[in-house]
Design a protein around this ligand. Structure first.
Ligand code: ADP
Length: 243
């Protein structure tokens, strides 16, 4: 479970996340949707414990900056940052050692195979394309069998096979009770599998919907998305660079 309570993040005087609160339950896929600049990546980085912020965030009941929370949380960043001089397999070894995993090899093999990196096992990070680097990030995040996992724009830059495979993995993770947050600026990329939808604009959650309620009401989410994101677009561009 991920519990975000009154999250506010400022870069200098500019407010990138403005008093955001939401809960994602175990076995639930929440989607943070919004146009570029809405504040999705910032919120994900705050949840991952990478930025300072105001408010409180808990991962499975632990403060997100605690070691306990970090052990439970996987994070796939928007821009992959593999170690240039480690091979694909060495990335797996590195994560396994850092997290003190046991009997991880078979799982690592499975992840690498599903992400079609098996023939690249001995290639170094710097020798891989951006899409392949992103696949390493996914393998690293999932190797620890996280109780909760954050994906920042995971489908951008992946080839169709990897997108299909990742979608299958997301369903499997949900079935095992994993808490999942995905950010996207393309609503249609997540339409088959979201459980909770949070539409963001200018750092705020402007609408929150549960799949079951939408299925009942028949509400048109695309219309809702554009109504929210096309109103007020482009405000608050005056800001200081910080952090
Ligand atoms: P999204 O992921 O929805 O595209 P971001 O969270 O990346 O949005 O950015 C939200 C806002 O915060 C944008 O206006 C962006 O320019 C600003 N921003 C992001 N990172 C920084 C930073 N390090 N310093 C200053 N402003 C930033």
């Amino acid at each position: 479970m991920i519990n975000v309570s009154h999250l506010t993040k400022k870069y200098g005087r500019f407010t990138a996340n403005n008093n955001m609160s939401f809960i994602v339950e175990n076995g639930e896929i929440a989607v943070l949707a919004g146009p570029n600049g809405a504040g999705k990546s910032t919120a994900i980085k705050c949840i991952a414990g990478l930025l300072r912020f105001e408010g409180e965030i808990e991962i499975c009941g632990f403060n997100n900056k605690s070691i306990e929370a970090k052990r439970l949380l996987g994070y796939v960043p928007e821009i992959p940052a593999p170690f240039e001089l480690l091979t694909v397999w060495e990335h797996m070894e590195f994560i396994a050692r850092a997290y003190k995993l046991e009997n991880w090899q078979e799982r690592a093999e499975m992840l690498i195979r599903r992400m079609e990196l098996a023939d690249k096992k001995n290639k170094m990070g710097k020798e891989l394309s951006k899409g392949m680097q992103q696949k390493i990030s996914i393998c690293c995040a999932l190797l620890i069998e996280p109780a909760a996992v954050l994906f920042d724009e995971p489908f951008v830059g992946l080839d169709p096979h990897a997108i299909k495979e990742l979608k299958a993995m997301l369903s499997e993770l949900r079935g095992k009770g994993t808490t999942i947050i995905i950010s996207t600026h393309m609503l249609d990329s997540v339409e088959e599998f979201w459980d909770k939808l949070l539409i963001m604009m200018n750092g705020r959650i402007e609408a929150e919907r549960e799949r079951k309620a939408v299925e009942k009401s028949g509400e048109n989410l695309e219309e809702l998305f554009f109504m929210i994101t096309e109103k007020n677009n482009g405000s608050a561009e005056e800001k200081d660079k910080g952090e």
